[in-house]
Design a protein around this ligand. Sequence first.
Ligand SMILES: *[C@@H]1O[C@H](CO)[C@@H](O)[C@H](O)[C@H]1NC(C)=O
Length: 339
Amino acid sequence: MAASCRVYIFLSAFVLAGAMFKKGSKQLAVPEKTHATASALKQKHPEPNFVELGSGSAGSAGKVMSDVVTPATPELLAAEPLKWMHTPKCGTSFLNALIHLPGVCPGVDHSFNIDTERYGPHFEIGFQFMDCPNRCDPKKFVCQPHGDTTHMGIGDKYETEFKGHLVANFREPIQRILSAFYDTEFSHGVKDGDSPASYAKKVEHFMTCQIMNGGVMDPLPPFCLELTETDANLAVARLREGFAFVGIMEEWDLSMCLFHRMFGGDCLAADFLDNRPTYGEDSSLHLYDTSVLGGFEDPVDRILYNGAKDIFAERLLAYNVSQESCQPCFEQARSGAAV
Ligand SMILES: *[C@@H]1O[C@H](CO)[C@@H](O)[C@H](O)[C@H]1NC(C)=O
């Protein structure tokens, strides 16, 4: 234990030194530009070989693909410590984007991905409960506390702890329900004999309930079924005031681009893992056939989702995020992927 701790500190110093070297060379070469020049810069200044921190096998010599060239923004610093509200089926690999933000998790480099290869199918649990406290700075990122599940609700902690620090992605409510129903890895409360339609009636209002109520949300507690459109409007108000980042599953590429525009950090291939790296050419989120629900609708989460989409659209405008302006981000992620 003590030995591995020492190795960790030693390696951290290496990574820090690397980051400082790159920062220095960036200031010399290109004082103003950020995203577009980052990959060009890397070609001009090939990186020294560092021990690959993310590999977990400290002895293996590897190459750090890239370290943060794009610095943290004032928005990121204001939002720290970031608290991820993870709604089931709304982008588990978003965790990769979070831990790679500048300074947030000093114990990971860009080659460290939270995925099935490293942790098996339950990769979020593998990281959150085992590695997160060792690798992430508690002043910058809220690891999931032991004893929690990965899909806790916010509830009263909104006012006392999390307002202003929340980050989350939202999904079209009916698609979210079907994705949970067909999930082969986690049950999400699906019981033997459930049909898509019977399941849908047990998990309506999910996203609204997770914002407005605390405790374990997956499986969804029955009181959530009593929420109304008034609750959804309150939840949208929380999104607007207290969520530093709101992403949309159906717009994953633009969500990740907005995320970096707001918070800094390089665009990485891992940011796009969930939805396959299409980078805007063909947004390929799988769409489920909704006819199996016989016209079921969730008007409460519909209000929540529409509110999230409105906020998302406003922030795209405010940060000038578009397919066109995101090409350097997509290109950066692609070139990282090829290394
Ligand atoms: C917005 O992005 C476009 C590229 O898509 C760029 O041409 C334009 O100058 C940007 N506008 C602002 C205000 O930064």
